[in-house]
Design a protein around this ligand. Structure first.
Ligand SMILES: [Zn+2]
Ligand SMILES: [Zn+2]
Length: 443
């Protein structure tokens, strides 16, 4: 009996789990394959709403790993189908853990010069030809999920419960998480008890991670403003109402919402990223269109911004003497807006402990909240499902150290030069996400 017990425990040790000390070895074995998968995804980026190939690749890999996969989960408000992927692995009773990756790229011409750079061109929603680039590192996230899926299957003796992997489309347009939830994600696949995700960052070296407790990313509201005037000859401004001059006043005035109307202790941002008006130097146009993004953590700060934008537009039009029927049009785009991302403090503590355990305390940093936004928080159903997003360092450590020594930062997400270093970013991503998942999937 004693002999049998020894044999049984030996078998248990041998078949088991990728133990903590073995996880590194497992990830090492997967790494070269994952790096080439990453380079392939990087070279073939797809814009939001168009992640067909990326979603198919993710689905295929998760199926091969042993997950039950459903594709094309998600419905947009216009009725079109989204390329959401849901992959389930049940492993006995225990918590149900959602792990999310996003999949979409950005309309940016890549200028990193890496051998696997994207040369893809596509049409944006307005029908214009644009370059396409994984300039936010969602290719890192997809590849990390593939590696994590394999590691979790290999280590299934170490955890209990259900893993629910989500390949989310359209993060950059802030409507992908919404589309999946609208398509009855939780009714069809079960409601998770916990939700986690990671995002790469240019402010940390590859090999490290960082985590914020509480508010992590700001909420975003997208706003369109059309300043309408009365067009005419450029030499006879007295006969028109010049919307280009109004736009100039609006652009400057709108910044005083944050600096003069907001509580400085409740941070907010107003940025005008796009402006269009006019066709020729000597023609006063009839209107100028501006696209704004606004960020805030609290509902109060966000409301002050939105009221301030309306008042500023109306005030500028009033001072220009614009007639009643040509007042500005201010449109809030609900589909491109989302709430702040809040990292549940108790779950953050557990996630951080797992990260410290497998990466070492010297590689795990506390992070401040940032003004960038995410729609991952929507999976948490307004706090009902504790959720955490942590940061994955993605920069070449030597380049980052040199930049920091010179008082500079390396090009960040949403720029043409954003360049995550594949290794050790992927090694750390897979190790971190697997460690966290195993730590949370305990009874
Ligand atoms: Zn982004
Ligand atoms: Zn992103």
């Amino acid at each position: 009996m004693k002999h049998f017990a020894i044999v049984a425990s030996l078998v248990c040790v041998l078949t088991a789990p990728v133990l903590a000390e073995d996880l590194g070895r497992f990830v090492d074995g997967e790494l070269s394959g994952l790096v080439s998968t990453y380079k392939g995804i990087h070279a073939h980026p797809e814009l939001s709403h168009h992640e067909e190939m990326t979603a198919a690749l993710l689905a295929t890999e998760l199926r091969k790993a042993g997950f039950t996969v459903t594709e094309r989960v998600g419905k947009y408000p216009d009725g079109t189908q989204a390329y959401g992927v849901v992959a389930i692995l049940e492993n006995g009773p225990g918590p149900r853990l959602l792990i999310r990756t996003d999949m979409d790229a950005l309309p940016i011409v890549e200028e990193t010069g890496v051998s696997y750079a994207s040369h893809v061109k596509s049409k944006n929603a307005a029908g214009q030809e644009v370059g396409v680039m994984h300039a936010c590192g969602h290719d890192v996230h997809v590849t990390t999920m593939i590696g994590t899926a394999r590691a979790l299957v290999s280590s299934r003796a170490k955890w209990h419960g259900t893993v629910m992997l989500i390949g989310q489309p359209s993060e950059e347009t802030v409507d992908g998480a919404k589309a999946m939830l609208t398509d009855h994600l939780y009714e069809r696949f079960g409601t998770p008890n916990l939700a986690i995700a990671l995002h790469d960052t240019n402010s940390r070296a590859a090999g490290t991670v960082a985590i914020a407790s509480g508010p992590a990313l700001a909420g975003v509201t997208s706003v369109d403003v059309t300043l309408r005037g009365i067009g005419g000859h450029g030499a006879q401004p007295q006969n028109g109402k010049d919307p280009i001059v109004m736009a100039g006043e609006f652009i400057v005035q709108v910044q005083t919402i944050v600096s003069r109307q907001e509580n400085p202790r409740d941070p907010s941002v107003v940025t005008i990223g796009d402006i269009h008006g006019g066709t020729k130097r000597n023609v006063i146009p009839y209107e100028v269109k501006l696209e704004l993004t606004t960020r805030a953590f609290s509902d109060k700060a966000m409301q002050i911004i939105l009221d301030g934008i309306k008042h500023t537009a109306q005030g500028v039009a009033l001072s220009a003497g614009v007639p009643e029927d040509r007042q500005p049009i201010v449109t809030i785009l609900d589909n491109e807006s989302g709430p702040a991302t809040y990292n549940d403090p108790a779950l953050t503590t557990r996630v951080k402990a797992a990260l410290v355990n497998d990466l070492g305390a010297q590689n795990v940093f506390d992070e401040d909240p940032i003004m960038a936004s995410e729609d991952f928080g929507l999976f948490g159903l307004e706090g009902r499902i504790p959720s955490v997003m942590f940061w994955l360092g993605a920069m070449d450590p030597l380049k980052l150290a040199a930049a920091q020594a010179a008082g500079k930062s390396l090009p960040g997400p949403h720029t043409s030069l954003f360049e995550p270093v594949p290794e050790p970013t992927l090694r750390t991503g897979v190790t971190a996400m697997t460690s966290v998942a195993i730590a949370l999937l305990q009874q």
